[in-house]
Structure formats: C-alpha cells, structure tokens
Design a protein around this ligand. Sequence first.
Ligand code: M6R
Length: 608
Amino acid sequence: MCGIVGYIGKKQAAPIVLEGLSKLEYRGYDSAGIAVYDGEKIVTKKAAGRLAVLENLTHSGENMPGFSGIGHTRWATHGAPSDLNAHPHTNKEGTIVVVHNGIIENYMSLKTKLTDKGYSFASETDTEVLAQLLDYYYSGNPLQAITKVLHRVEGSYALGIMFADHPDELYAARKESPLIVGHSDEGCFIASDVPAILKYTRSVYYLDNQEIAMLKADQVSFFTVDEESIEKKPVTIDWDANAAEKAGYEFFMLKEIYEEPKTVTDTISPRIRDGKIEIEGLGLTDEELKAISRIHIVACGSAYHTGVTAKYVIEGMLRIPVEVDVASEFRYRDPILSKNDLVIVVSQSGETADTLEAVRESKAKGLKVLAIVNVVGSSIAREADSVFYTWAGPEISVATTKAYSAQLAAFYLLAMKLGRVRGVIDDKRYSELMDYLCALPDQIELLLGQKEKIQHFANRYVAAKDVFFIGRGIDYAIGLEGSLKLKEISYIHSEAYAAGELKHGTISLIEPGTLVVAVATQPELFAKTLSNIKEVKARGAFVMAVAERGRKEIEKEADYVLYIPHTDPFFANSLAIIPLQLFAYYVSVGKGYDVDHPRNLAKSVTVE
Ligand code: M6R
C-alpha cells in the first residue's frame, strides 16, 4: 500500500528511485511520481497509472539528472488516482516536496486553517496539507519545520521530504506507517520496504514512531520529534537479493508457490534439535505454556485463515480453547481477555494496521502477545512481546502463498511444543507427528508436479461466474483460503462454506454447471462431506474434489479429483492448499490478468 523510495549520494538518483519503486510495485498502487534536485531546483514528475508511464515520462530517469530524489507509488485514499493527486506534493513554489504513506486524520481542519491564511491547494489529498504546512513553518531550518508539523498532525505517516535550499539533505519521518533508512558507501536511502534497496545495502535502520532521519550522501542522523539527537543501531538484512527477483518465472506468485517446500523446511528445520522442538524467542517459559487457559488468534485475510486452521489443530490436539478473530473486529469488540490467556497475532508483513492495533489492545489489557511474523523488524514484530519468525523470505506477490504455508508450519510447531510441555502428547504420538511434519516439504514438491493437470482444469473455468468451496473442519479452513485466492486474483465471485451449512440457504445458488470445489481430507468427516457433494451434484454442480490418495470412493460422486499424499489430518491444509493455489493462479493467467498485482489490492494494508 503506497511505496516510498529516496536516495541521496554519489550516483544519479532518479534511476535508483525508479528501480526501487519497481520493487515495491507488489504493494499495490494506482499512480506514481518522483522529485529530483537538479542542481538548481527540485523537478517533479508524476502520472496516474503504472510505473511504466512514469518511466516513459522520465526516460527511465535519464531526463531527471541529480544526486538526490524521492519517489512514490500511491494507492488512492483521499481523491481519485490522477496526475494531480499523485505524490510528490509541493508548496506553491515547488521548493518543499513531500511523499507520504498513511492518512493525516486532521487534514481537513489544517487545510481550513491554511486556506484562511491564504494557501491554496491543487489536489484533493491529505498529503498536500503537509507540504503547505511545512511551508508555513519553514524559516530556513528543515528539522525545526518538520517537528512543528509533526506536533500538529494526527494520523499515520511515513514521509520523505526535500527542501530546495538544503539540497545536500533528505528527510524522513514515520508514525505507524513503516519506513526504513539504508546506508552504504554509495549513499543513503529511504524506503517503505526492504526489497526496494536490497540491491544497494543490507544495513538498515528501522525508524520508530515519531522519529526523524536526516540523510546526507555519506551519513544519517536521527532525531526525536523534539529535535533531540538519538543514536540508532543498524540491522543487517540477511535476505538473498535474488529472492526478490522473478528468476525466470512469469509471475512472482508462481515462483513463490514453487518456493513452498523450501519455505516450510526453513520454518521447521531450525526449530527441531535432536528430535525436539525448540522455538527460540518464544518468550514463554514452560510454566507459562502450561498455564495457558485460552488462546486468541488475531489476524487478517489469509493469515486469519491459518488461525482458523490452528483453532482446529490446537483444540483437536490439545483441548485448549481457541478463539479466532479478524483483527478489524477484535480491536473494536472489547474482547474478554483473562489473565492466563495468550494472544497470538499472525502477519506476513508485520505492518497490517488492524493486527498491529490488536497487539496494542491486548498488551494494554495486560496480556502477553506472541507474533507469528515474516518480515524481520516490522512494527508488529517490534511491538509484540515475542516473535516467531516464519523465515519465508520476501513475498512479493500480493496473493500470499509461501508465507501462508510458513504460518501453518509455525502453528504446527507451536501446537506440538505445547502438547509436549503440557504432557498431552506422548512419545509415540510426538514422533509420529514429527515424521508427518518433516515429510511435508517433499510432499508439497510432489504436488507441484501436478501443475499441468491443474492448469488444464483451470483453463476450463476461466469463464466461471461463481465458485463455491465446501469442506468440514480443517477442510472448511482450506476452502476459506482456496476461495480467497481465487477471488483476489481471478475476480471470480467465490464463497467458502462449511459443507453442512450450504443447505441452509446458499445451495439455492447452485445451478447446472456451477463449480463446487469440495475439500475432503479429514477421515472422520469424509462420509459427511461425500453426502454434501451428492447434494450439490443433485442440483447440477460440477464438483472438483481434493482428497487423500486412496479415497477412490470419491470418484463416484465428484467429477474431477485431485489427490494429496497421506499425512496426519491436522496437517492436511499444508498439502491441500497447493492445488488450490495453483488453480487460482492458472485461472488468473488464463484470463490474462496481472496475477501479482490484482486490482484494488495492496500487499501490506497499513490503513484500517
Ligand atoms: O501481511 P499480513 O499477513 O498481515 O496481511 C494480511 C492480509 O492482508 C493478507 O493475507 C491478504 O489477505 C492477502 N492478499 C491474501 O492473499
């Protein structure tokens, strides 16, 4: 959701900024812009549409010479996607230039006050208010003007700021919206996410709320909102730079699906030592793990779906009650939390605004929060009491795949660890579960071998209008994710239903030819789901089933069956989701869509 890149140093800024923005395209945006100091003045260019439009306009940055610049990809919140509303925004003279992620909540009252003082506005954005307010407070000292503005604004921001009369400096500030500062021999950088600058540096500083950075070509200094100087330590990013490249795949999504065996291995293997699960950084003693009386899992989107799965796993395996909430509901429903409850939040980006707020809400109520997070150093990782990193590497495609699989694996490890500590899993069962767990990466690899079969089937459904996913228990959770994958990248209406619930209304939507994807991996529920398949078949549905190898009887009812290898039923999601991810992917490809950048969506949702 919106991307920021800035550079000041020995090299030409525009190509670095544009390339950095291209690495943030996955975040979702609808216009882009760039500002560069050309030796005399700041030149700004911006355009609605894809980054390619801006690249054409600037000849890939060649016609914007200069050694410092800031750029932005905008995901519209205030005002339509247009050239005018695109960032950067400037004061009237174009001498103060701002790019902004986040939302300035009191922008209307600030705008009114500025208008009364004679300021006029060219755009509908909240960001332009920042540029004009900086102008209002500016009297030659950029830091002073910035701090004055930050004291006046309410809401969230990540900012990149340039002042024409301080051309050797570039400023950054943040509150709630993520922003990092990078440092290398070639210069200094700002970025809203690591992939934008990974090619140039691995040494980054994470700005905390209401911190300001002043970048020069060869140094960075940090300040509080009260202009006090602060020391910050850089963090070394150990991501492989190639991990953020397509490596010959047509889309990142396919590449990331193919990375799933490795991702699951990377999440699991380092946590198994001598056949025992050890989770470093869990932040909970065995005594605390034993004392847990209820678990609350809070997340959004696909991460929420891993939580739904975890509910079935943890309750089924350990008999600990689990509540699962979407974060946007949790934060406003004044949840009843008790002393021995544990809150687990799940997030790939670690920046999802609602999930971050759930962390704060839970901590304010005195509870410990464990975060299952992918992005190291992200806001959620820093604010939670402890972090279980999924180590899935950078995930670029908006539709999550490998991070989802890593989150599932994290929950399995956690459940088994809890079961061991609490004495509810005996040695035999533990080693049986361990074998199934460790077999998952190879089994996922096997499933990837079915790619062509799934592609062939997907091609038949590119024109589908409605698709229903049904399943019971964990199979229902699998359906939730299969359905979300399909709708987010193929724009086909799709719903997931607990298989037994369909006949309470939704079955009226089944028409001859409607595709129903029936997930039937759970042995205890298999016969029941089979009956539900019969019900939709009787109404003319075409049924594609996902079942465990050997369950031949399903072929009598379903029209098409995809088999997954045998695993423990608790772990079935990790296998069954693979064909469903591939199915969604190939439907989207078949429709000719930009799979990695689905319309209206952003990779990290930093507004509520
Ligand atoms: O970064 P997060 O895991 O917190 O993101 C949560 C959701 O926004 C995310 O899972 C979203 O639903 C994806 N587009 C699903 O593919």
